[in-house]
Design a protein around this ligand. Sequence first.
Ligand code: SF4
Length: 340
Amino acid sequence: MFKPKRIIFEKGSLDYQISKEIFEKFKDKPNVEIINLSTNRLKENIPGDDLFSQYREGKKTLVVGTKKSLKFQSCKPSAHYQLPLVSGCMGQCEYCYLNTQLGDKPYVKVHVNIDDILNQAEKYINERLPEITIFEGAATSDPIPVEVFTHSLEKAILFFGKNENSRFRFVTKYNDVDSLLKLEHNGHTEIRFSINTSYVIDEYENFTASRDKRIEASIKAAKAGYPMGYLIAPVFIYPNWKEEYHRLLLKLKEKLPSDLDYPVTFEVISHRYTTIAKKRILEVFPESSLPMNDEERKFKFGQFGYGKYIYGEESLGEIKQFFKREIEELFINKEIKYII
Ligand code: SF4
């Protein structure tokens, strides 16, 4: 659960019930600063003169506001649209794409006009009938740590549960899923858990849930009948990587019940970075030990027009072969979506 150091209420946001509840919950907490904005000058209220301090202060800031533009971003290839419930994340994963995407706005912002957002989702669904429309709830955030304040995922899951022509999916590195377990999801929401070896989590995924807590939460979600999957990303090659990823997969196999309603999905993504991301990461985490030596990587142009440094052909081949063989051997009711 997110424990903010300061909460900023944007102008007009306190008209919404969710905001009032957040305000009531924190108004008497001595170590939480409450700021009611009467202007749009949000950034001035978050300390920090450079990216390093803006990042650290921003990550401890909860902004409560509304989603003004209801034109949803597309979310190819995993979904048709992003569902803009939250942006930003309390986690401080060193490789996170949000470091580049959100830049000097790393704060966590919750959108409290959830009814407007879901009404808009319904319009998009109706435009695409009779096709099924898929919405992604974690395109620019990890929505789980703020769920306790907003119940937005709960509302979205119930909404999509009743709608036959849409699906909802999100991914998390956290474990606070208990409030979602009893909801009538009708199999329309897929919860994916981003997992990794304890070495990678301890080294690079600061302020996230431990490996075992994520696994425990994933088992709860699977037992609650949700379509459930694992995103193993980013995969790093380091001493003993095969043994440690093997132990991780073995642990999943041991814990997963054998009578799941849906096949468990696996998405495996090897570590990669862009030049812009590397520069940004080293500004925010100057001591980072992330392997980002360009000479040891292969440069590849991606589908979105910019290049990435990926593992060389031989290493990538080894990663693909390893995960394919392990997943095939260990799991029965499963689907490997991709290994890249
Ligand atoms: Fe980024 Fe996910 Fe880590 Fe949050 S938990 S910092 S969204 S990688």
